[in-house]
Design a protein around this ligand. Structure first.
Ligand code: CDP
Ligand code: MG
Length: 446
């Protein structure tokens, strides 16, 4: 249990680098994976979010990588997003501080010629997103013939993003004789298939069952009738809970992320930013940096940031939408409670999202405690365009609370209630408390 990194048979440069970073003990996945990766076998490593999967593959890879003047990369690491390329290159830089190692990262959205020149200088380890990697190969700026070790990190997300064809082409281009390494907190059928086709008798190293959330992430949820009420609740939580110091806020779409941010800007000017795939490359990298270094109190993002991102001490993850796949939920909440820290994850659930909740709870084998809406949070009856459309088309029905009788409106409203129509707030809260409608809707007939 108390094994230190010294027992892993690492050479001095790696041990010194780990010491500089303040790490003394390997995590369970790092301990378990080390010798198996060294043995040269293909490996599938499954462990929870934030438990050190990155070093679980980097340590044995760097342990056995010999100094070489060879121009073409011998280690290739494929990740889904540019943010992860940047993060990984930086981690490898720290870990190889006392080694003579050439590492580079390539990703789309930047000048390909600059990157072609960079890789032409020769490198040992290449970190890449699939699309740009293929482009570099196609323009013959990069040869993959020397790759002996391939790591695919967050593979299910690579597939989710529609990179399947690219990944297949890449795997076909790589030398047959190579070691394949795959690390994840979740598994999907698609990933299983890919492993079946491209991996060679892989050894499964499972610290916890795929899809297990971290116990130290305090999970909770609110049932909220509509998007505008979600915004009000978000404001309420941020205004009342001082422990919300470093908050990662997720929205389902770029548009939703922008709207959440626009709203927060009016309530908490300059404390939040929003990032997603429509933002410029520089903006994206800087947004994460400003969130990391505490310049920002919070960052609003799409699922772009749900994967792999290792920002220190995120206190809260807030899901304004309920993720439509349980894997995304696990990864989103996994941005908090990393390494030795604790964290909280709060999810806002509209009626139409209840089915997602049940998928999430099934995967986790755990229920998320529902909290009653705070007494003084403001319930809005104003629906967004999307919610109105859904309402009229009958699909993805998002329930709006029925309006109060006008008889109660003669006396002066309290200040905080003036701006918004409260709707049937009391009834709604009572329903939420008992987790079911007071008056049942008739069941839909087939
Ligand atoms: O990939 P995964 O979600 O499992 O986690 P990660 O991105 O590798 O992040 C693990 C965090 O724990 C990073 O902040 C590491 O610096 C830190 N850490 C570690 O990886 N290994 C240790 N032995 C101690 C800390
Ligand atoms: Mg990771």
């Amino acid at each position: 249990m108390n094994d230190t990194f010294e027992t892993l048979n690492l050479q001095a440069p790696l041990l010194n680098a780990l010491k500089d970073m303040g790490f003394t003990h390997p995590t369970p996945i790092q301990k378990k994976a080390f010798s198996v990766v060294l043995s040269g076998r293909d490996v599938i490593g499954i462990a929870q979010t934030g438990t050190g999967k990155t070093f679980a593959y980097l340590l044995p890879i760097l342990r056995q990588l010999k100094f070489s003047k060879e121009k073409d990369p011998r280690v290739l690491i494929i990740v889904p997003t540019r943010e992860l390329v940047v993060q990984l290159v930086s981690e490898i830089g720290k870990l190889s501080a006392y080694m003579d190692l050439r590492v580079a990262g390539v990703y789309g959205g930047t000048n390909i010629n600059t990157q072609a020149k960079m890789v032409a200088q020769g490198l040992d380890v290449l970190v890449a997103t699939p699309g740009r990697l293929l482009d570099l190969v196609f323009i013959r700026a990069l040869l993959l013939k020397s790759v002996r070790q391939l790591v695919i990190d967050e593979v299910d997300e690579i597939l989710n993003l529609g990179f399947r064809a690219q990944l297949n082409s890449l795997l076909d281009l790589l030398p047959r004789k190579r070691q394949n390494l795959l690390f994840s907190a979740t598994m999907t059928e698609e990933v299983d298939e890919l492993i079946h086709v491209f991996f060679n008798g892989p050894q499964l190293i499972e610290v916890t069952r795929a899809g297990t959330p971290l116990e130290k992430i305090r999970q909770s949820a609110y049932r909220v009738p509509n998007f505008n009420t979600k915004l009000n609740l978000l404001e309420h939580l941020l205004a009342h809970d001082e422990s919300m110091e470093k908050v990662l806020i997720f929205g389902a779409t770029k548009r939703m992320a922008d709207r959440i941010h626009a709203f927060l800007e009016t309530k908490f000017p300059d404390q939040f930013s929003a990032t997603h795939s429509n933002k410029s490359q520089n903006f994206r990298i800087q947004a994460v940096e400003k969130f990391q270094d505490g310049t920002l109190r919070g960052l609003v993002a799409t699922d772009l940031l749900a994967r792999g991102l290792d920002v220190t001490d995120v206190t809260h993850v807030i899901n304004v939408d309920t993720p439509d796949t349980p894997e995304n939920y696990i990864h989103r909440i996994g941005r908090t409670g990393r390494a030795d820290t604790e964290g909280a994850a709060i999810t806002f659930i509209a009626e139409s999202e209840l089915e997602y909740l049940s998928h999430i709870e099934t995967l986790m084998e755990k229920t998320i405690p529902l909290l009653p809406l705070p007494d003084d949070s403001v319930i809005s009856t104003v629906l967004t365009e999307e919610e109105r459309e859904a309402l009229y088309s009958g699909k993805n029905y998002m329930k709006a609370p029925t309006l109060l009788h006008s008889s109660g409106a003669f006396h002066e409203k309290k200040d905080k209630n003036k701006k918004v129509n409260l709707g049937n707030a009391t009834k709604y809260r009572r329903e939420m408390k008992y987790k079911k409608p007071i008056k049942r809707k008739p069941k839909k007939k087939g």
